[in-house]
Ligand binder design. Structure first.
Ligand SMILES: *Cc1c(COP(=O)(O)O)cnc(C)c1O
Length: 426
């Protein structure tokens, strides 16, 4: 069977495929650069695994308290070496990115301290962790205050505002690398480094924490290499490589990681407890695959940006700018566009492709939301997934793809659904 017939058998028309292939042809150089970054990062991971003498004994399961879990300890050493930290906490007991950020913050802040975000409002789920929105058990309830300095209108740092915000109670600065679902730009690691240098020039002892979600392995360097004390993320995003079924990580200085560990388990216990329950192999293997998985997701994001930009839609980031995370936004301007796009992503999935996503009133949102995900791991956003609130400007956010070929199929299928709905004419 010819390639075109193969795509045809999945429901992709000749016109859609040809349009996609024309765009792909224009992206050869960018894809080559992404492959080179993946190759570099692959070497980084392999070198760390070799230096830590990873062996199949480290894949053995522990239960109960998990004392002397060699696999867990070596996995943490591999993360620390790869990301250039002194120590790491990488655990299935960390339930999500938000949980990892919560223990990093609450483990390192004490009553009377102040937390500063110099990059605007953090990711939504942190509102209640910090107490921006009142919540039981928030940092605010424990006497930790919060201050925020927004980015300037051109997306740059408000250095004077940051200088004015730092005071003798400022203990920890939280820097979010990815824009998440906000409209500000994603920060490069280099920009994060400049910000950290500035902050430490004012107050050297302040802890700089980077929310690294969606950023791992996108560049050759990571935030700890430019002065961060701690970086935090989720294993069902980039570093889990699609194989980790749960988990979160914190990598950084020994003191920062230790304090977070005492919060995760209990004072006095710290990193010494926590059975890995047979998940170590998935964690090691997922981390090993993560650089190439991230490369596939990045190619998908760039492919989509160029397809929809060429068709006249507004896309963030645009088709040609550099990438610092794996998220892509496309604005369709009408609900039918968002819905057709999500239906295409769903129809291209390896799991639940027969399901039709519909907008629904999700708790916590002020408009119906449509979500497409046909994932092996529930909620995994390193797997191809898309969602969009059904409200102006009718934008869809999408990310992931365990392989470039699947990301490509998903995007072609989204275009197929948009043409079938009469929204796009090729
Ligand atoms: C996903 C994400 C989080 C939260 O992670 P969850 O696993 O969804 O709790 C925090 N910050 C950023 C920037 C994220 O992208």
């Amino acid at each position: 069977m010819e390639m075109k017939e193969m795509y045809g058998s999945l429901g992709i028309s000749k016109e859609v495929l040809e349009f996609g292939l024309k765009i792909e042809e224009q992206l050869k150089d960018r894809f080559a650069a992404i492959d080179e970054t993946a190759e570099y990062n692959q070497m980084k991971v392999i070198r760390a695994m070799q230096e830590c003498r990873v062996s199949d004994i480290h894949f053995a399961a522990t239960t109960g308290y998990g004392y002397n879990d060699m696999g867990r300890d070596v996995l943490e050493e591999v993360y620390a070496k790869t990301f250039r930290g002194e120590d790491a906490l990488v655990r299935p007991q960390v339930m999500s990115g938000t949980h990892a950020l919560h223990i990093a913050l609450s483990g390192n802040l004490r009553p009377g301290d102040e937390l500063l975000s110099p990059v605007g409002k953090p990711y939504d789920t942190l509102d209640e962790v910090i107490g921006i929105r009142d919540a039981v058990g928030s940092l605010k309830e424990f006497g930790v205050t919060y201050r925020q300095v927004d980015l300037l209108s051109d997306g740059s740092f408000d250095y004077e505002g940051i200088r004015a915000a730092i005071n003798d109670r400022t203990r920890l600065v939280a820097i979010q690398r990815s824009k998440g679902y906000a409209t500000r730009p994603t920060l490069s690691v280099e920009q994060i480094g400049e910000l950290i240098s500035f902050i430490k020039s004012i107050k050297p002892e302040v802890i700089c924490m980077v929310d690294n979600c969606y950023g791992e392995f996108v560049e050759r360097i990571e935030p700890l290499e430019v002065g961060a004390d701690m970086m935090v993320g989720s294993l069902i995003k980039n570093p889990g490589g699609g194989l980790a079924p749960i988990g979160g990580y914190i990598v950084g200085t020994k003191e920062c990681v230790e304090r977070a560990a005492y919060r995760l388990s209990a004072p006095g216990l710290g990193k010494e407890v926590g059975a890995s329950l047979g998940l170590n192999q998935s964690f090691f293997q997922g981390f090993f695959l993560a650089p190439t998985v991230v490369a596939g997701a990045l190619k998908g994001a760039i492919f989509a940006a160029n397809i929809y930009e060429q068709l006249g839609y507004s896309v963030v980031p645009n088709g040609s700018e550099p990438r610092y995370d794996i998220i892509q936004a496309v604005t369709f301007g009408k609900p039918e566009g968002v819905i057709a796009f999500c239906k295409g992503i769903q129809a291209a999935a390896p799991v639940d492709s027969f399901v039709t996503p519909e907008p629904w009133d999700m708790p916590g949102y002020d408009a119906p939301v449509i979500m497409a995900a046909g994932a092996f791991v529930q909620g995994s956003s390193i797997e191809l997934s898309a969602d969009g609130p059904i409200k102006p400007p009718y934008a869809v956010y999408f990310q992931g793809g365990l392989t470039w070929y699947h990301a490509k199929l998903g995007i072609l299928m989204s275009l197929q659904k948009l043409t079938e709905a009469g929204i796009v004419r090729l």
